[in-house]
Design a protein around this ligand. Structure first.
Ligand code: PEP
Ligand code: MN
Length: 373
């Protein structure tokens, strides 16, 4: 059960104290308070976990300060969509809105290698009007002898260049909780020129201690990737781990499933799950066509499989696209063979916009034929 208080409810008031005392007195129930401080108002919610069945919704709904009571289904208590649940399906971070009605493109380097490549990438994004990117500093590699990423050493110039080229949000994978502090310190010592969305990679989707640590911090939003060999439900529960620890600013990324049934693609593209994730949860849904397809192969018309997969996800309603680019793919230290090239960036953006417009037209078509209630 979620108890949503009226905006800006005063935590120092007698009503608030009485409410908390009442909730604390409920048997076999634990309470978690969640606070969202927005630009215009402060929202307080209480999550009641345990034996909530005997509770009287209308009694609680009429208590002072209470605006609404939402009965949640067992699954995905915080991130899930529940009956009569009108909580927002978006969050704002560093001036950028992420949500189920938004569309954001994160084109960038799979792994940071040189300052020069980072600068070429960011300058190109800026010229084409994009303000998000991906930059890998901590790379989880299958082979222990492969390049592991430059780690905190590259952060100062990555953040400085992001500031120079108006990049507001960098998706950056972390593999250990100490990376949160390293990113935070590097941002602060460079004067916070940009923002970071912490990425949980597919290999860490069920690293529960990492999820808890990332969920406990509220400074950075999180992009969690679907686990490549587990069910969608298991991956959505992994996302819920983040939220259950307090961080509700979570986006969910589909990136293909590991099976040779997807050959010759690197993974079996799973973007038909975009609408499923939107139906089950409030999370903005991201797609990663680069790690799904894993090559620069193209069809007889010359359109790359990566672009086809991206368009499929976007036309099905995806809200974010994460894609690998590189100024010199043959020199890339990670995933060069799947990287799109700089002279393909404008084409890629235009192609995605076409798919996005088509999705919006499909929504309008639905509204034309079905009267919404
Ligand atoms: C990545 O995005 O760089 C990455 C390693 O992806 P995944 O976790 O999906 O393999
Ligand atoms: Mn990669």
């Amino acid at each position: 059960m979620i108890i949503i208080l009226k905006p800006d409810s005063d935590k120092g008031s007698t009503e608030y104290t009485n409410l908390v005392e009442y909730l604390d007195s409920l048997p076999n129930i634990t309470i978690r308070m969640h606070e969202e401080i927005g630009e215009h108002q402060r929202l307080t919610e209480f999550y009641l976990v345990g034996d909530t069945l005997p509770l009287d919704d209308s009694y609680i709904g009429n208590l002072p300060l209470v605006e609404r009571v939402v009965r949640v289904s067992r699954e995905y208590r915080v991130l899930g969509r529940h009956k009569e649940d009108s909580r927002a399906s978006y969050f704002d971070y560093n001036g950028v809105r992420f949500g189920q009605d938004e569309f954001n493109i994160f084109a960038g380097l799979c792994a940071v290698d040189t300052r020069e490549h980072v600068e070429i990438m960011m300058r190109a994004l800026n010229e084409l009007g994009l303000n998000c990117t991906r930059m890998g500093a901590y790379k989880p590699r299958t082979n222990p002898y492969s390049f592991q990423g430059y780690g905190k050493g590259c952060l100062p110039y990555v953040f400085e260049l992001a500031g120079k080229y108006g990049i507001k949000v960098i998706a950056m994978e972390i593999t250990h909780d100490i990376h949160i502090d390293e990113i935070s310190e590097a941002l602060e010592s460079s004067g916070n020129p940009t923002g970071v969305m912490l990425q949980i990679g597919t290999r860490n989707t069920q690293n529960f201690e990492l999820l808890k640590a990332v969920g406990r911090q509220r400074k950075f939003p999180v992009l969690i990737k679907r686990g490549f060999g587990i069910t969608l439900e298991e991956s959505l529960n992994a996302a819920e781990y983040l939220a259950s620890e307090g961080n509700h600013n979570v986006a969910f990324c589909l990136r293909g499933m590991k099976t040779n049934m997807g050959d010759p693609h690197r993974n079996l593209v799973d973007f038909a799950h975009v609408p499923v994730v939107k139906r089950f949860t409030h999370m903005p849904v991201c797609i990663d066509p680069s790690h799904s397809v894993g090559s620069r192969d193209y069809d007889p018309d010359g359109i790359l499989d990566v672009m086809h997969a991206a368009a499929q996800g976007v036309i099905a309603g995806a809200n974010m696209v994460l894609a690998d680019f590189h100024p010199a793919p043959t020199k890339a230290l990670v995933d060069g063979p799947q990287a799109l090239m700089m002279n393909e960036l404008e084409w890629f953006i235009e192609d995605l916009k076409l798919a996005r417009e088509t999705y919006l037209k499909r929504v309008a078509l639905h509204d034309k034929y079905f009267v919404t209630t």
